[in-house]
Design a protein around this ligand. Structure first.
Ligand code: PEP
Ligand code: MN
Length: 338
């Protein structure tokens, strides 16, 4: 990092700061100008909160040279990470589609939808058993019963399961029942939860928060990796902007930006990003063209009757067509979708 001192800062003040940085193990390269002095600080600043330097009244500005994330950083791991989710690899040349309803509503519902999801070409089944609803009066999910239904679908149809874990206390219920633990947008910065899933070896689907930057997303992933779990897949699901035509705004640029910064796979959720089934197809195609590693899409056989997010759920026939269309785009960008 680089520290610029205010004009005519006293030598004793500069020396006090130098000593405290050297004590922390940093090396200092000093550049003295006519009125301004600059420190080039050499060493690993990942664990150093650079903002605290502004507490020194004589510090004018601080510039970070190194990113604050390390384990997720592509610089230290140039090759793409391949994450094995119940036998399905995410992050390689093949683009993986995940489909399913917003929520598990009943055994009958999942019994109808699951074979349609598999038949359309999806490789994983999604559905929430614990639902983070905006209103406390809305359907909150079936809880453990929902997870049991998902497990039975996995046995019968062999699709690995992804489902959202909302709290620390529920985590033990997910072990052995799901193949990919989803951390929802609202929990992206729930650090105790991130640490706890980091202590498991179950792959994690980490969704970007509604109003979080790409760097914050990567810092949250860093929490999981720092506890030992390297199996993290990132998910862009739309962010809050001033535009009300869609539920959120899909940040398509997150794909190339994340590809540059990290080795972790990136999947796109066009359903929560747009909030309208009509836009899901276009956004999916754009995401595949832009280089995503997968799509997670809400599908319901009777969206009008869905207990959550019916307005953004595709009917199975549309989902089937979407996969076929995305497969053609995948080939055009030298990927596959099998
Ligand atoms: C979901 O995938 O069901 C969900 C609630 O998504 P998000 O956390 O992105 O809102
Ligand atoms: Mn949903």
């Amino acid at each position: 990092m680089i520290i610029k001192f205010k004009e005519n800062t006293k030598r004793e003040e500069i020396e006090t700061l130098r000593k405290s940085l050297v004590d922390l193990g940093f090396a200092i390269h000093e550049s003295i100008g006519d009125t301004i002095t600059v420190f080039g600080v050499v060493g690993d600043t990942t664990a150093y909160d650079i903002n605290r330097l502004y507490a020194y009244e004589f510090v004018d500005s601080v510039l970070r040279i190194q990113e604050p994330f390390k384990r997720v950083n592509r610089k230290f791991h140039p090759n793409d990470s391949l994450i094995d989710v119940g036998g399905v690899v995410i992050g390689g040349k093949n683009i993986v589609v995940i489909g399913g309803p917003c929520a598990v509503e009943s055994h009958e519902q999942m019994e109808i939808i699951t074979p349609l999801i598999a038949g359309a070409g999806a490789k994983l089944l999604r559905a929430g058993a614990f639902k983070p609803r905006t209103s406390p009066y809305s359907f909150q999910g079936l809880g453990l019963e929902g997870l049991e239904i998902l497990k039975s679908m996995n046995h019968k149809y062999k699709l690995p399961i992804v489902s959202e874990v909302m709290s620390l206390e529920d985590l033990p219920l997910f072990v052995g029942r799901v193949d990919l633990l989803q951390i929802g947008a609202r929990n992206m910065q729930n650090y105790p939860l991130l640490r706890e899933v980091g202590k498991t070896d179950i792959p994690v689907l980490l969704k970007r928060g509604l109003a979080n930057t790409i760097e914050e997303l990567l810092m949250s992933a860093e929490y999981i990796l720092s506890e030992g779990n390297k199996n993290v897949i990132l998910c862009e699901r739309g962010i809050r902007t001033f535009e009300p035509s869609t539920r959120n705004t899909l940040d398509i640029s997150a794909i190339p930006v994340l590809k540059k910064l990290t080795h972790l796979p990136i999947i796109i959720d066009p359903s929560h990003a747009s909030g309208h089934w009509e836009y899901v197809e276009s956004l999916s195609k754009a995401a595949v063209a832009a280089g995503c590693d997968g799509l997670i899409i809400e599908v319901h056989h009777e969206p009008e009757k869905a207990l959550s997010d019916g307005q953004q759920s595709l009917k199975p026939e549309r989902f089937h067509k979407l996969i076929a269309d995305c497969r053609r785009i995948a080939l055009a960008v030298d990927r596959t979708l099998e």
